[in-house]
Design a protein around this ligand. Structure first.
Ligand code: PLP
Length: 282
């Protein structure tokens, strides 16, 4: 939807993409169907274990927008700064870290996030858009893919997923009681620190992401031995800690500690990692 809405003519627009993981790579490939796309940076040289710094970004000052994904769900990296792009609007996929910390939305042109990580069941996408960007769509952009339609019709041009929206309302009430996004930020820091501090002192497990760019939502790690990784996931599952197997693109393990994961869950995982390390170190 972003190229269809921000490139005013099919095939004539230009955009910058930072490819830092799976979802930004998909977005980049999709965008290429609509205009000329410049890869502003690509962390694929080190299996997306880092985020490019501001001076590594090769920016096109004439771009219609700059696209990035703030948290790389599969690789476990997170942008620790907001890119500076002059007058080029920032478009950001925040699907896996929205509501985990305060965000200055005025710095962005478009923020979007699928609900299914930190907000509500799948089927709903939240979009925060600078209204001055609406109305530049290509003439071939379908009504349903046009942000202006959604703005003009108060997000009810079609029947929205009412149950998802209702659940999101409940989640937001809960979130407010936890101290809002500032409260969530404190909690996620505490949870991630428990895991990273242990990983940095472990002689068995190694974290995938470089320290400055580590995600507080998705913590990726491995032993370096596929058999031990598999044994770890199996034994963890027997203790009720499921879905720890990493995505096949990274291997190893991934602990996703979204807002809904209580700190007790993280403590239990770290306890088990320590126990496993004692039993499996050479
Ligand atoms: C999960 C996720 C998506 C998309 O998820 P779908 O399963 O395709 O709805 C997109 N971007 C990011 C960063 C994600 O974490």
């Amino acid at each position: 939807m972003i190229p269809m809405n921000l490139m005013s003519e099919f095939g004539k627009g230009r955009a910058d993409y930072a490819v830092t993981g799976n979802f930004s790579e998909i977005a980049y490939k999709e965008a290429k169907r609509y205009g000329s796309i410049n890869v502003a940076a690509n962390s694929g040289d080190k299996n997306h274990s880092y985020i490019p710094t501001q001076d590594q970004l090769k920016l096109d000052p004439e771009a219609d927008y700059f696209f990035f994904c703030s948290n790389n769900t599969i690789y476990g990296t997170e942008w620790n700064y907001i890119p500076e792009t002059g007058n080029v609007p920032l478009c950001c996929d925040m699907s896996s870290n929205i509501l985990s910390k305060p965000v200055d939305v005025s710095k962005y042109g478009i923020i979007f996030a699928g609900a299914q990580k930190n907000m509500a069941p799948a089927g709903l996408t939240v979009v925060i858009i600078d209204k001055s960007l609406a109305g530049r769509e290509m003439s071939c952009t379908p009504l349903m893919m046009n942000y202006k339609t959604m703005i003009d019709k108060d997000s009810m041009y079609n029947t929205p997923p009412c149950w998802d929206i209702y659940v999101l309302g409940l989640v937001l009430d809960w979130l407010e009681k936890q101290g809002g996004v500032a409260g969530m930020e404190g909690l996620k820091r505490e949870k991630a620190a428990l895991l990273y501090d242990y990983l940095d002192n472990s002689s068995l497990f190694k974290a995938h992401a470089e320290p400055e760019f580590r995600s507080d939502m998705n913590i990726t790690f491995r032993t370096g031995d596929d058999e031990k990784d598999a044994a770890f996931c199996k034994q963890a599952a027997e203790k009720g800690m499921t879905n720890l197997k990493g995505h096949r693109k990274v291997g190893g393990m991934r602990a996703s500690v979204y807002n809904a994961q209580p700190i007790e869950g993280v403590k239990k995982l770290v306890e088990f990692m320590k126990e496993f390390e004692v039993n499996h170190s050479v």
